[in-house]
Design a protein around this ligand. Structure first.
Ligand SMILES: [Zn+2]
Length: 291
């Protein structure tokens, strides 16, 4: 999977949003689909684990998203993902090789095919263009509050907003999604990576003995979307300095059974090298998950 292609996919999403007149949040993928005469429907896609599908036939193009998606943010992400298969170069051709219908698993699912990953990056760029995302983050306090502010402004899921925060934040922040005692995935902002020689968290890594692990021990915390804040150190999570204290903000993501952790600190300096040309590094920050 070429990093360049992921960057291109995200920039294509950003461009489509801008070209369709979305220069402020929220970007509406339903409106963009309607402008292309694409019919969008909620329907059971009749296959387990599928978020939705796109249909290319002689009468036109249709998008279906799964009826069991309860979160408005994830419905929008799913439709944006399917739009990726419509707008991204080579996708319709690739899909049509196998037939008129393509079933998707949107949302950065581990082990997905390359067109799935590209469509997720397209959706991420479409719903949360870099400029708008940075503006939203600048206006909000750092940490979980910033992520929530972005999610609200962009009408995105908390998880999608958290990933985008780690990519675009002009300050050190790391986000981790976990389930029970294990890491599902984690991302660090560029500023965070400069805090020391840190190890990347990978799927299946055990959680350190900090607030997140304690929180996950009580199933209701996740199911009821509870939120707690404690402190931990850089060393506990990633190696690096035990003297670097982090705020560890934790929130349950509801019935999906996952937990979001946001690690940040007001005391850490802003990233001094913040620079538009860091796009390539941002893309690199996605890759551990895709290996
Ligand atoms: Zn797909």
């Amino acid at each position: 999977m070429s990093k360049f292609r992921l960057l291109m996919a995200r920039q294509c999403g950003e461009k489509i949003a801008a070209d369709r007149g979305f220069t402020t949040f929220p970007v509406d993928p339903f409106v963009i689909a309607a402008k292309e005469d694409i019919l969008v429907e909620a329907k059971d896609p009749d296959r387990k684990g599928m978020s939705g599908c796109i249909v290319f036939n002689d009468d036109g193009v249709g998008i279906i998203y799964a009826t069991d998606i309860r979160s408005e943010g994830f419905r929008r992400f799913t439709v944006a993902h399917e739009l990726g298969h419509y707008f991204l170069e080579g996708h319709p051709e690739e899909i049509l090789k196998a037939g008129p219908v393509h079933f998707s698993r949107a949302g950065f699912v581990q082990g997905s095919s390359s067109i799935e990953i590209e469509a997720d990056h397209f959706a991420s760029g479409l719903l949360m263009p870099t400029r708008l995302t940075r503006e939203a983050l600048y206006k909000a306090p750092i940490g979980l509050t910033g992520v929530q502010h972005l999610a609200t402004a962009a009408e995105a899921s908390l998880t999608a907003a958290a990933i985008r925060t780690a990519e675009c934040a002009p300050y050190p922040v790391a986000i981790i999604v976990s389930e029970r005692e294990q890491v599902s995935y984690g991302f660090m902002s560029e500023g965070f990576k400069k805090l020391g020689r840190l190890r990347f968290l990978r799927k299946g890594d055990g959680l350190p003995h900090t607030g997140t692990r304690d929180f996950n021990a009580v199933a209701d915390n996740i199911r009821l979307g509870r939120s707690v804040c404690s402190q931990s150190t850089l060393a506990e999570w990633f190696g690096g300095s035990a003297g670097t204290i982090l705020d560890e903000e934790v929130i349950g993501l509801g019935s999906y059974g996952y937990t979001l952790t946001v690690l940040s600190s007001e005391a850490l300096a802003d990233d001094p090298d913040e620079d538009e040309n860091e796009e390539q590094d941002l893309i690199r920050s996605w890759t551990p998950k895709f290996r």
